[in-house]
Ligand binder design. Structure first.
Ligand code: PEP
Length: 690
């Protein structure tokens, strides 16, 4: 009972953590793809803060911005749909292990004011970011450790389609926003924004108060001074620091000021108060600006002259660059000097264009979308491009979701049809929330000694194990399956309340002239209670078929022996993705039993490629096939019998991996070969249930 509650709680916890991570990653990947240039600027800030600018080019930063968006989005979708669980949870841990100390450093030293994790959509302080990352790191570690419990919403066969579509979607979206400006504009200069309103201080609000600190040095001694006690010339300035003395209200727009580069006149008010239209060409750096569309810019300028609209170009470049630009492009317009960061905020394209009327942003274009002479065919009052068309955020979200969900749903629908049409395996969908271990199902750790240990060695091993388990009671049933000749000696040596004893095989005949064989009745007469049947080594080396095993199982049951019935595919079958078919066929040996008799057997799933090789199935692989086997039992005998059947995992199970394997809801213990020959190892595996 306790086990079942623990399992349910762990499964819910794993899935809650996974959903939290998934939502955060999808959101943060999406907002980065919505504004790759913005994240590129942020990465540039990081490179400057860490003195790396000499090592990174702008194009590398842009590639990194898009790569980061795609990675986060992909991890989010993997976690949301529950596939590629090892990769997604492992990468999430690595990502958060990198981000958490980095953001702690940002919070302590403040080299970059906002981490940029959610673009401009949600701006967090550095400390908020750090604590958010601590929570995500814990969630990522939990998901990694409990990844076998993650609910999968898509079958294996369709994973690749979802991966390809998801990557295409996020890369095409990044390309689109790069070429045509962000779809969601979270900045203060979005279409419809009133720039003058954005500059206003609410009544009674106080601006933030900063203080400048001067770090000075004299005779090797360093001291800090303020502006009032600035020292005499015997001190030399080492560093100037600006610290925030009092937090205050900073209007969203606080540095929009247009200074004519011709005569230094402040044109800000003239532009913002203009009751007609003003076109602003915005190019924060003319050396980096794309001059491929300057014909369009000149067409707009000519149009403005013809219709008496203002046209100004804004840049943070110097006079020489302005002159070169005008020479190169044939431009005749006036340039204003504006702060670089402001211009990067106004429009992401370099150059880009804005249309203002009475200080309101009426429209905004990326370089390639600047309207041409075919669009500018009348005065602006008559053109739709000069009307504020703010598409509601909701309708944009809806469109983006539609572009993602409709094709994805089609893929998923095809996947379902494909799988449920019987051509593939419908049990590929694993929902551990539905798979609770029930009270009656036993957890069992069974050792298979194979052809190892002389009688004396076997007796010593059994005694040692008996003592170890007497001193530290196990939390599961323990069985040792020994060679025939050990049975009669070992059975009375061990405490039967703690350790069950079994054989590794029995004959498919009742009795008679079968030289060298040992019957089920003989095994039972030693006091043994179990028998391993169908082990892959017996199938492979002694030609045991489905029919022979069917006989053996029936004889074992007739003699009150509990069969531990082994099934599992070989490497070639697994590589051909036939493991499900193989185990289904092998189960035929026990599916002829009545439900009552079937209830007496234990199943052991052993991937043959993992037996004695040191290779283990991953917990996810084990869980998937165990759930599949249980679903076959449920189909044959009903859910109750399936819920009560213990299914053990076998194949290079060791103390180091047992806990992770047994944590899966459908893995009820292990059949242990090599590690059963040493008490310390075997006990280590048994203790996985502690
Ligand atoms: C086995 O033979 O049943 C087995 C699981 O062996 P090992 O643990 O050595 O892989």
């Amino acid at each position: 009972m306790e086990n079942s509650i623990r399992n349910t709680v762990l499964t819910w916890y794993a899935n809650i953590c996974r959903l939290l991570l998934a939502v955060v990653f999808v959101f943060s990947g999406f907002v980065k793809a919505n504004d790759p240039t913005g994240f590129q600027y942020k990465l540039h800030d990081y490179a400057t803060a860490f003195g790396l600018t000499a090592w990174v080019s702008e194009s590398l930063l842009l590639a990194a911005a898009i790569g980061m968006a795609a990675l986060e989005f992909a991890l989010g979708i993997y976690l949301l749909l529950g596939f590629n669980r090892r990769f997604a949870s492992g990468m999430s841990v690595l990502l958060m292990l990198f981000m958490t100390p980095l953001t702690l450093y940002l919070a302590l030293e403040n080299p970059v004011s906002d981490c940029g994790c959610f673009g401009d959509a949600v701006v967090l302080t550095n400390w908020q970011t750090f604590w958010k990352n601590v929570v995500l790191l814990l969630a990522a570690i939990s998901v990694f450790c409990l990844r076998g419990r993650i609910v999968r919403w898509i079958s294996r066969h369709s994973e690749w389609m979802v991966s390809v579509y998801m990557l295409l979607y996020i890369c095409i979206f990044s390309y689109y926003t790069l070429k045509h400006l962000p779809v969601f504009d979270f900045r203060p200069y979005h279409i419809g924004a009133d720039i003058r309103a954005g500059m206003e201080m609410p009544e009674g609000a106080l601006p933030p108060l900063y203080e400048t600190i001067f770090v000075m040095e004299r005779d090797g001694e360093q001291k800090e001074f303020g502006i009032e006690d600035y020292p005499d010339e015997s001190w030399t300035l080492v560093e100037r620091k600006t610290i925030l003395k009092r937090a205050g209200y900073e209007p969203p727009i606080h540095d929009f000021s247009l200074m004519s580069m011709q005569d230094g006149e402040d044109l800000t008010e003239r532009v913002l108060a203009d009751s007609s239209y003003t076109f602003l060409l915005v190019a924060y750096d003319l050396n980096k600006a794309d001059d491929g569309y300057t014909d369009l810019v000149n067409e707009v300028y000519d149009y403005c002259r013809a219709h008496q609209y203002q046209f100004l170009a804004l840049t943070a470049s110097g006079e020489d660059e302005v002159e070169q630009w005008l020479d190169r492009t044939g431009g005749e317009y006036l340039f204003c000097g504006v702060d670089e960061t402001t211009l990067k905020t106004v429009v992401r394209s370099n150059p880009g264009m804005l249309l203002l009327k009475e200080g309101v942003v009426v429209n905004k274009w990326a370089n390639a979308d600047i309207p041409d002479e075919y669009q500018l065919v009348a005065s602006l009052d008559e053109l739709p491009l000069a009307k504020v068309q703010v598409h509601s955020v909701m309708s944009k979200i809806f469109t983006c979701l539609l572009w993602f969900l409709v094709p994805l749903s089609l893929i998923l629908m095809l996947d379902r049809i494909w799988n449920f049409s019987g051509r593939k395996n419908k049990h590929d969908y694993i929902n551990p929330l539905k798979n609770k271990k029930v009270e009656m199902r036993k957890n069992i750790v069974a050792g298979n000694w194979k052809m190892n240990k002389t009688l004396q060695e076997g007796i010593a091993l059994a005694k040692e194990l008996n003592e170890a388990l007497a001193a530290d009671k196990p939390n599961c049933d323990v069985v040792i399956c020994t060679p025939f000749i050990h049975l009669a000696s070992v059975t009375p040596l061990v405490d039967s309340a703690v350790i069950g004893v079994g054989a590794e095989n029995c004959a498919d005949k009742v009795s008679g002239a079968y030289t060298g064989e040992v019957s089920a009745e003989m095994v039972a007469s030693t006091g043994a209670q179990y028998v391993i049947l169908g082990h892959s080594e017996r199938r492979a080396y002694y030609g045991e078929t489905v029919e022979i095993l069917e006989e053996k199982v029936k004889l074992a049951l007739a003699n009150n022996l509990k069969p531990i019935f082994c099934i599992g595919a070989v490497l070639e079958e697994r590589e051909a993705n036939k493991q499900n078919e193989v185990v289904a066929a092998q189960l035929a040996s026990v599916f002829s039993l009545s439900a009552e008799d079937f209830g007496k057997i234990v199943l052991a799933y052993e991937p043959v490629w993992a037996i004695g090789t040191g290779k283990t199935a991953t917990p996810e692989q084990a869980q998937e096939i165990h759930a599949y086997i249980r679903s076959l039992v449920a189909e044959k005998y009903g859910q109750e019998v399936a819920d009560n059947t213990s299914i053990l995992y076998g194949g290079s199970c060791k103390p180091s991996n047992a806990k992770e394997l047994f944590a899966n809801p459908d893995v009820d213990g292990g059949l242990i070969g090599g590690a059963a020959l040493k008490v310390a190892d075997f006990k280590g595996i048994i203790d996985a249930f502690k």
